[in-house]
Design a protein around this ligand. Structure first.
Ligand code: IMP
Ligand code: MG
Length: 178
C-alpha cells in the first residue's frame, strides 16, 4: 500500500500539551481511587500507548505492575482490519485487575480482541483506558471505561500516535490534513 507523504504544515493542533497534562493527571487520580487496595497490572499497547502510559502511571499513586504488548493493524492512515500481535505480555495476570492502556479507540478491533484475550487468560477484571476515543470510527461494539478526550473521526498524530511511524514525538495532538 502506498502512503501519501505529509509535512509539518499538514498538521493542525487539535489538543494542546497543557490540556493533555491536565486530563492525564485527572485520569491518574481517578484510577488511583478506583483501584486502591487491588492487584493491578497496567498493560500498554505498543507502540502508540508508550507516552500516554508513561505519563498516566506517574500520575497514579497506588502500587501497580506494568507490562506491554505490541499490536499493529494500521498502514498509513487506514486500518487493515487484522490485529497482529507482534510481542505478547509477560506477567501472570490470573486473578489480577488488568487495565489495558491504548492510544486511541477507533474501529475497536484491537481492544475488543485484547479484552477477550485477557479475560480468557484469567484476569479478575479487564478495563480499557484510552487517551483518545474516536466513536465515529467504530466497526465493532466496544466502549472505553476511561478516556481522556473524545474526538471527531479525523486522523491524528502526536503524543504516541503516528502517521506511517512519523510524528509520535509531538507533545500535542495534531489533526492530519490529508
Ligand atoms: P482500532 O482501529 O480501534 O483497532 O485501533 C487500532 C490502532 O489504530 C490504534 O492503536 C492506533 O495505533 C491506530 N489509529 C487509529 N486511529 C488513529 C489515528 O487517528 N491516528 C493514528 N493512529 C490511529
Ligand atoms: Mg499506530
Amino acid at each position: 500500500m502506498t502512503v501519501k507523504e505529509i509535512a509539518m504544515n499538514d498538521i493542525r493542533v487539535m489538543i494542546s500539551k497543557d490540556e493533555i497534562e491536565k486530563k492525564v493527571a485527572e485520569l491518574g487520580k481517578c484510577l488511583s481511587d478506583e483501584y486502591s487496595g487491588k492487584d493491578v497490572v497496567v498493560v500498554g499497547v505498543l507502540k502508540g500507548a508508550f507516552i500516554f502510559m508513561a505519563d498516566l502511571v506517574r500520575a497514579m499513586t497506588i502500587p501497580l505492575h506494568l507490562d506491554f504488548l505490541h499490536c499493529k493493524s494500521y498502514v498509513g492512515s487506514s486500518s487493515t482490519g487484522i490485529v497482529n500481535i507482534k510481542m505478547d505480555y509477560e506477567l501472570d495476570i490470573k486473578g489480577k485487575h488488568v487495565i489495558i492502556v491504548e492510544d486511541i479507540l477507533d474501529t475497536g478491533r484491537t481492544l475488543k480482541a485484547l479484552k477477550e484475550r485477557f479475560k480468557n487468560d484469567g484476569a479478575e477484571s479487564v478495563k480499557i483506558a484510552v487517551f483518545l476515543d474516536k466513536p465515529g470510527g467504530r466497526v465493532v461494539e466496544i466502549d472505553a471505561d476511561y478516556s481522556c478526550f473524545t474526538i471527531e473521526n479525523k486522523f491524528v498524530v502526536g503524543y504516541g500516535l503516528d502517521y506511517d511511524e512519523n510524528y509520535r514525538n509531538l507533545d500535542y495532538v495534531g489533526e492530519v490534513i490529508l
